[in-house]
Design a protein around this ligand. Structure first.
Ligand code: ADP
Length: 297
């Protein structure tokens, strides 16, 4: 089974002709409300592929929290681990201008109240999981607790997004650490080499057991401490419509396949197909493919 520990947000989206200057008001389009947040996205992406998936997250006792629970259940996610209350559900306030550029304000809300104690109280979910997937839209001490809660037979997949400094024991628990180019550059700083292969090797030297670097249309790289070659996994050529959520779909697919016992490179080869399928449709959760969609690619 796959356990996703992470954020759940309501994405509130308004189209605008232009952004307001300080003190100014502008009128926008009708409001669209979508379920989002990296944790919620990953859980839906995995369940839609057919993975037995549970989500450990926190939402508010409000309409946005109910929307998130409903979208998880509709995808087939086990929501018994979703905690309710303590703060309003996290929201992302998103304006989109005519060129398609986003401006986003995130209010973490209940995501910021997912505590280490919440992790300790969810031991049964960790016991049932073969893979645990976590991101950084929840407090870092909660992520550290997750890394410490891993049993020997369980694998931790971590996507450090939004990027933040990771304690050594968290880095060491990752198998793999999954980063896009932006996150790779953040983690490496001045140490970043010139090619993505250099980044993969340098990231592996930071302590994780394995590293996956996603490269958008160029696919992904795999570096594993148990082997010495950096392997490039090419992507599938598709017409990209909207890349929102592609990284979440990729990571969810990767985590699921690792839980089935697949080798890392094979799991990445499947995940790039899932990521590619997700960019062919609008939206985040709405764009996530089924196993049939991936097979048809
Ligand atoms: P993020 O969405 O986190 O920025 P990437 O842009 O690297 O991460 O995308 C994650 C994965 O989604 C890629 O490894 C790839 O498999 C897939 N993907 C993203 N953009 C494209 C694209 N234009 N064509 C095909 N696949 C894509």
């Amino acid at each position: 089974d796959l356990l996703v520990v992470g954020s759940a947000n309501a994405d509130l989206v308004v189209g605008v002709e232009r952004r307001p200057a300080p003190g100014e008001t502008v009128l926008g389009s009708d409001l669209a409300v979508h379920p989002g947040g990296k944790g919620a996205n990953q859980a839906v992406a995995a369940a839609r592929l057919g993975a037995r998936t549970a989500l450990l997250a926190r939402v508010g006792d409000d309409a946005h929290g109910r929307l998130l629970l409903e979208s998880q259940r509709a995808a087939g996610v086990d929501t018994a681990g979703v905690l309710v209350g303590g703060a309003p559900t996290g929201v992302a306030l998103i304006t989109v201008d005519p060129s398609g550029d986003n401006s986003i304000v995130v209010s973490p809300g209940a995501n910021a109240r997912l505590t280490p104690e919440d992790i300790r109280a969810a031991g049964h979910l960790f016991g049932a999981a073969r893979v645990v997937s976590v991101q950084l839209e929840i407090p870092l001490d909660t992520v550290a607790e997750v890394a410490g809660a891993m049993s020997p037979g369980t694998r931790l997949v971590l996507n450090p997004s939004p990027p933040a400094p990771l304690p050594g024991h968290v880095r060491a628990a990752c198998d793999p650490l999954v980063v896009n180019e932006h996150e790779a550059r953040y983690m490496l700083g001045e140490a970043a080499g010139s090619t993505p292969e250099d980044w993969a090797r340098a990231l592996l030297a930071l302590g994780p057991r394995s590293v996956v670097v996603t490269l958008g249309a160029a696919g992904a790289l795999v570096a594993d401490s148990r082997g010495d070659e950096v392997v490039r996994v090419p992507s599938v050529e598709v017409e990209a419509v909207d890349t929102t959520g592609a990284g979440d779909a990729f990571t969810a697919a990767l985590a699921w396949r690792l839980g089935l016992g697949e080798e890392l490179v094979d799991a990445v080869a499947f995940a790039v197909r899932v990521g590619a399928a997700a960019v062919t449709r609008q939206g985040a959760q709405a764009s996530f493919p089924t196993a049939e969609d991936v097979a048809a690619l």
